[in-house]
Design a protein around this ligand. Structure first.
Ligand SMILES: *Cc1c(COP(=O)(O)O)cnc(C)c1O
Length: 389
């Protein structure tokens, strides 16, 4: 029988919510239900599920867990982060205007700039670090604000509370992509945001062995509409993928603590290295948005970027000579990754959009894993030493 864990703390809910699903054999871990369809007991009578596109007990367990961790009323787990964003965009109709940050995830930019623009939605990509810029971009057709903080790859923050307020006053829906922080470090509902989405591929799963997404809602009307859209468009994730993410979520708290501890140590080591021009990490006191980070986040996360002195050739040398950091896109897994945003993660942006967001060829982005910090620092500093001259 499912218990009520709503009064328990975050780490306890990570372990327990969505787990007590098996009354047949009392398994302690949620079973995987790899079935496309479910037997009816009589005409119109099921045990709650009829077809896996519409609903599946393993997927539901993950949805209950993520809704609880973000503090929402409902969640839909999707096949990818992009399908979660696709579900959100179907809250809007052709002609609606949506304001998004100019430095959002490259794949989100592409989805907005091509498929959803062709579908008839209108987008403005603006620098959301100044709420005044967002206010000036509002039109009578503005129906949505797309928020991503910290941004990728330069780790700029936007003020969730200020922007959620602007959206509410304009009658627009505010949606936050909370992939970078996970609900352990940031819960945008607490700042008044309407909808939270994730690429569960990243920290929520945390083990680089699945792609997935989630949309978490806190208003009944949004919950019903997102549920309808995910079923109608066929965006939901497989039971097996849901099970993997549910397993990952159990260790979210301890993993995030180590990601953060290591990221801070690496950021501090990079800062004093002669081959590094600049380090972008919101946990550093001289980060331009450090005060806002302390206000709206419960930690600073495991992502950082830095500029290599010289330029693209030096950056490439660093990236290709590290041994512990795999040269790969993606982030949020237990292993450390390094990548070149201009040619890799942000290649799906236009050159003009990259320039506007300040992404240059000397920037490298690191997803700091949970290896020993001393090994991570020695490997990266060694590669930087080798990049000189
Ligand atoms: C990876 C990512 C996405 C897209 O998620 P997929 O699971 O790759 O489809 C969206 N937003 C952010 C911030 C991401 O890092």
């Amino acid at each position: 029988m499912a218990h009520d864990y709503s009064q328990q703390r975050f780490e306890t809910r990570c372990v327990h919510v969505g787990v007590d699903k098996d009354d047949s054999y009392n398994s302690c871990i949620t079973p995987i239900y790899p079935t496309s369809t479910f037997r009816f007991e009589s005409l119109g009578k099921t045990k709650g599920y009829d077809y896996t596109r519409s609903g599946n007990p393993t997927r539901r367990a993950l949805e209950e867990s993520l809704a609880s961790l973000e503090g929402g009323i409902d969640c839909r787990a999707t096949s990818t982060g992009m399908s979660a964003i696709t579900a959100c965009m179907h809250l809007f109709k052709p002609g609606d205007h949506i304001i998004a940050g100019h430095d959002i995830y490259g794949g989100t930019f592409r989805l907005f700039n091509v498929p959803f623009t062709e579908y008839g939605l209108k987008f403005s990509f603006v620098n959301m670090q100044d709420p005044g810029t967002v206010r000036r971009a509002l039109t009578p057709q503005t129906k949505g604000l797309w928020l991503e903080t910290p941004s990728n790859p330069l780790l700029n923050l936007v003020d969730l509370e200020a922007l959620a307020t602007i959206a509410r006053e304009a009658g627009a829906i505010s949606i936050a992509d909370n992939t970078f922080m996970s609900p352990y470090f940031q819960r945008p509902f607490e700042q008044g945001v309407d909808i939270v989405m994730h690429s569960t591929t990243k920290y929520l799963n945390g083990h680089s062995d699945v792609v997935g997404g989630a949309v978490i809602t806190r208003h009944q009307a949004h919950a019903e509409r997102i549920g309808y859209i995910v079923n109608a468009l066929g965006l939901a994730c497989s039971p097996f993928d849901a099970w993997l993410v549910l397993r990952g979520v159990k260790t979210l708290g301890p993993r995030m603590e180590v990601h953060q501890r290591n990221a801070l140590a690496v950021a501090q080591a990079l800062r004093t290295h002669p081959s590094v021009d600049r380090v972008y990490y919101p946990g550093l006191p001289d980060h331009p948005h450090h005060a806002l980070a302390k206000k709206q986040m419960k930690g600073f996360g495991g992502m950082l970027s830095f500029d290599v002195k010289g330029g693209g050739a030096q950056a490439e040398k660093v990236m290709t000579t590290t041994r512990l950091y795999a040269m790969a896109e993606s982030l949020g897994g237990i292993e450390s990754l390094i990548e070149h945003p201009e040619t890799m993660s942000h290649a799906s942006m236009t050159a003009a959009a990259r320039q506007g967001a300040g992404i240059t060829d000397k920037t490298l982005r690191v997803s700091v894993g949970i290896e020993h910090a001393d090994d991570l620092i020695a490997d990266l500093l060694g590669a930087l030493d080798g990049s000189r001259g």
